[in-house]
Design a protein around this ligand. Sequence first.
Ligand code: ZN
Length: 319
Amino acid sequence: MVKKYNIGVDIGGTNVKIALVDQKGAIVYSNSVPTRAEMGYEYTVKNIKETIYTSMKESDVTIDSIGGIGFGLPGQINSEAGVVRLLPNIPGWVNVPLGQIIEDEFKVKCKIDNDVRVATLGEFTYGAGQGCKNLVCITVGTGVGSGIIVNGQLVRGASMSAGEIGHMILQAHEGPICGCGNTGCLEAFASGPSIVQLAKEYLSGGKSAKFEELANGREITPFMVYEAAMQGDAVAKRIFAIVGEWLGIALTSVVNLLNPEKIIIGGGVSQAGNFLIDPIRKTINERAIKVSADAVEVVTAKLGERAGVIGASLLIDNK
Ligand SMILES: [Zn+2]
């Protein structure tokens, strides 16, 4: 029977998204379930299995027309063995043979990979990277990650951990402390939490700012800083300029190293659009080697939240 669809599963800290994706990258059915990380991985996996069955039933699709099931997960994945090594923000997922568990259940191929790499595959195939051969997709949210495509192929590296741009060290000594334990990593300078940190520093320095008014006593979020920038607040714009410059510094090294055609900026913080993208472009133009700077275009991601499930479904036919 012709395999009309693949299933893409995007596991996040709060929710798991599951989608039936056709051979042209269109989502024909989607569903989501809570991750409930505190219940252990067995619970989450059981819920995912049930939701896959429900999804097939509700969309009137049988397992015979499914080519395979792909997963994107936020952490360290052995994609060759189909084993989840570690998910830093979802406790209990340590050395879980997810690929085998799913293949045993559904008797179809299962592929798993890191979520940012999977989203990169989605953007490369159906999003902002369509038609490119060499690109880097960077996601800026609570953390900073990246996926790399060289000569049309995803780069995984010797132990399948390539792309950890968030831990590119930008300050050798006495830098801010990163979640990884190192100091001076990009992620400690430019991420959702570092935007909030900068906002607080400006406020405690006595700068009046629109985002304080928007917060109205609540915890400041990166989105409030973005809203303030939209309303013309100079401090909020300055925060994005600082964060954008740090991202631009890191990406200058990436541009010099890999000479990509496109850099795609995704993740929650990329909602800030040109407040963030303009300083990234400016920094790369000023600092990267000219022949490489001239060749690269910096754009925002196109698929948004769909990149995860679409990219995961694409793992099935990706070499
Ligand atoms: Zn780090």
